[in-house]
Write a protein that binds this ligand. Structure first.
Ligand SMILES: [Zn+2]
Length: 259
């Protein structure tokens, strides 16, 4: 199985990054895509991926939280990074009107600039959207024809939003959010609506530790080795065989990122 969203550059992995990767391999994670969220972490993710050839890949982009720190040279630097062989998508990019860490007009401008870049480079995009569904799709849709593929990672929206994302042609990334029967309640109901060929799985580690892990880990830090737990939960909710789900989502991820 492939974890399409690992924030391995996060400082919470500084002490034992190699062990985290070893545990993931042992747990059956066959490849991972390391998320870049700003220029520095995109560089670091590419470096880390280069040290794990054929196993780790990376994205290069600017998260909406970091849109406010984009300077004139940020996007040219992202463009240069994107030519590295281990960089397989532009992102994480999108809109976050939940936290509003960057002013909305700036989030929108930086999002659109990255869509233009991905279209020009003919690369897939790794997308983030929180509480911004309408603006997100309005900005994204005109680019969909020119993008090879697009995935909305860590989908946490409503059924209506899911249907609109699917109609727009998006792939959907599901995290351990789906293991939370309180804030993930609606997601648990709609996860069966995602077509087999549009679904991908991810931990978003170190964030979003699945709430249903037993025994409960001592640390709140999520790790890619917990992906099998998330996959098992998704398979249960979809009434699917776990092995079949792994085969299908692995195929989707390999096709999407060209791994
Ligand atoms: Zn995200």
């Amino acid at each position: 199985m492939i974890d399409i969203g690992v924030n391995l550059t996060n400082s919470r992995f500084d002490k034992d990054r190699e062990d985290v990767v070893a545990r993931a391999k042992e747990a059956g994670v066959s490849a991972m895509v390391l998320t870049g969220t700003d220029l520095e972490s995109s560089k670091d993710a590419a470096e880390m991926a280069a040290r794990l050839p054929g196993y780790a890949f990376s994205t290069a982009g600017v998260h909406p939280h970091d849109a406010k720190s984009v300077e004139d040279l940020t996007l040219p630097a992202i463009r240069a990074l994107a030519s590295r062989p281990e960089v397989v998508a532009i992102g994480e990019c999108g809109l976050d009107f939940n936290r509003d860490f960057s002013p909305r007009p700036q989030q929108e401008a930086v999002f659109e600039a990255q869509l233009m870049l991905a279209a020009e480079l003919e690369m897939p995009v790794f997308l983030h959207c929180r509480d911004a569904h309408e603006r997100f799709l309005a900005i994204l849709k005109p680019y969909m024809d020119r993008l090879p593929a697009a995935v909305l990672h860590c989908f946490t929206g409503s059924e209506v939003e899911l249907n609109e994302c699917l109609a727009a042609g998006l792939y959907i990334g599901i995290t351990g959010w789906v293991c939370d029967d309180r804030r993930g309640e609606e997601l648990r109901d709609i996860v069966p609506l995602i077509p087999d060929d549009r679904l991908m799985v991810e931990t978003d580690a170190p964030y979003l530790l699945p709430r249903t892990l037993r025994p409960k880990p001592k640390s709140s830090r999520n790790e890619p080795c917990y992906l099998p737990h998330i996959v098992g939960e998704i398979a249960m909710l979809r009434g699917q065989d776990t092995e079949q789900l792994i085969t299908q989502t692995t195929l989707n991820s390999r096709r999407f990122f060209g791994l």
